[in-house]
Design a protein around this ligand. Structure first.
Ligand code: SF4
Length: 403
């Protein structure tokens, strides 16, 4: 399983696979270039080309290659073997001679793989377990909660790292609740809804207030992401509103100390890392079930822990959240991380708390394990037609094309 520090990353939205990953690839490529480069060419393949404009891939690359002549060749109909998001960078001299060339894959969550599909920039060692069943076995044997599993394998520096991630999440919520620009960029003229949702929450009581609060926080972060501002992947940019919304709701309205919130963030990370390792968190590879589905499971696990759930109840909450997101397609309109993405984050934040509440009404025993659902999600995602995997060719994106 991946380290949770590999999973949570602060960066610029709107897409970890389409803007953050390509930017990282460009920075890496730029570092290796000789002095006599006059022109840079990027070839984008598959999903990266199909939705790259809406996801601001071109802007992310242009920012890195400022000062050179830069061009992009969009090849949405070409899918390379190891992942749907392929990117080839070439550096040329003034006579058109290729001085350097490198192929990358943007594999989700801002991470990269090389031309053979081997992950690059793995800064932290993997955990020596294959999935959540192993983590639960460790919890039972050691009589420890799930978050201590992360602590045991990452050491004390984990907490400073998570504190910085939590700060990024909270700042995104604050900015998103009081944005400077009421309309999101990209051409859909979509109005930000977080402030109005928050105002509505403040006028209501009981369950309506709580649901509106969760939605407002999730909208705030997702709208910041859509605006291309700083967010933290959880596990991706497209799904970055769900975990912060649930944690912020508990911190503020249950008056929980930051230490307890960070422990819940660690537990959420253990579930997200397990999915990243055993299946995928890339919408281009397995659809939105891998992004919003995974984020919903992470947030459900965090919520169950904050409600004093046992490790088994926490695992049940996460399993339930993911199970009922199986098959969720990725079909963003105009390739923008806006419709259905933003509203979907709000719905998933509310769903996560429902799943936690349900799981805590049981003893945690259930038929299908989290690891089994992850296996099913992977198979389902691979079976999905590419139209439903971040190409903006099917589903909601297709309806929009007809209008
Ligand atoms: S539909 Fe889901 S997976 Fe696709 S871009 Fe939006 S949030 Fe990401």
């Amino acid at each position: 399983m991946k380290s949770i520090r590999q999973l949570y990353k602060a960066g610029i939205g709107p897409s970890s696979s389409h803007s953050m990953g390509p930017k990282n690839a460009a920075l890496r490529f730029k570092d290796s270039l000789p002095h006599n480069v006059s022109r840079i060419q990027a070839e984008l393949y598959g999903s990266l080309a199909a939705t790259g404009k809406g996801h601001l891939t071109d802007k992310a690359l242009e920012a890195v290659f400022q000062g050179w002549t830069f061009e992009i060749v969009w090849r949405p109909d070409v899918f390379l073997p190891h992942h749907p998001c392929g990117l080839r960078l070439k550096a040329l001299d003034q006579n058109g001679k290729i001085l350097a060339e490198q192929l990358f894959y943007s594999i989700g969550g801002g991470d990269l793989a090389d031309q053979d599909g081997k992950p690059l920039d793995v800064a932290y060692p993997d955990y020596p377990v294959s999935g959540i069943e192993d983590v639960l076995a460790w919890c039972r044997a050691e009589h420890h909660p799930i978050w201590q599993f992360a602590d045991q394998h990452e050491g004390a520096e984990l907490w400073d790292y998570l504190r910085a991630i939590w700060k990024t999440m909270c700042e995104a919520i604050s900015r998103g609740l009081m944005p400077e620009d009421p309309i999101l960029p990209g051409g859909l003229n979509l109005a930000r809804r977080a402030p109005a949702m928050m105002a509505c929450a403040n006028e209501r009581v009981g369950i309506q207030r709580d649901l509106n609060l969760l939605a407002a926080y999730a909208l705030a972060v997702s709208e910041e992401n859509a605006a291309g501002h700083t967010v933290a992947t959880a596990p991706t940019c497209g799904s970055c509103g769900i975990v912060p919304a649930v944690l912020y709701y508990f911190e503020k309205h249950y008056r929980l100390p930051t230490r307890i919130i960070l422990q819940a963030l660690a537990t959420a990370g253990v579930f997200g890392s397990s999915v990243a390792k055993r299946a995928s968190i890339s919408g281009a590879e397995i659809g939105c079930q891998g992004e919003v589905g995974t984020a919903c499971a992470m947030a459900a696990a965090a919520a169950a822990q904050l409600l004093d759930g046992t490790p088994e109840q926490i695992e049940y909450a996460a399993e339930m959240a993911l199970e009922h997101m199986l098959g969720l397609t990725c079909d963003p309109i105009n390739g923008l991380v806006q419709i259905p993405c933003i509203e979907r984050n709000a719905v998933a934040a509310m769903r996560a708390v429902e799943c936690a509440s349900y799981a805590l009404a049981t003893d945690g025993r259930h038929r299908i394990s989290f690891d089994e659902v992850v296996e099913v999600m992977k198979k389902t995602g691979l079976d999905l037609q590419s139209d439903y995997k971040e190409t903006a060719l099917g589903g909601l994106a297709r309806i929009a094309h007809k209008k």
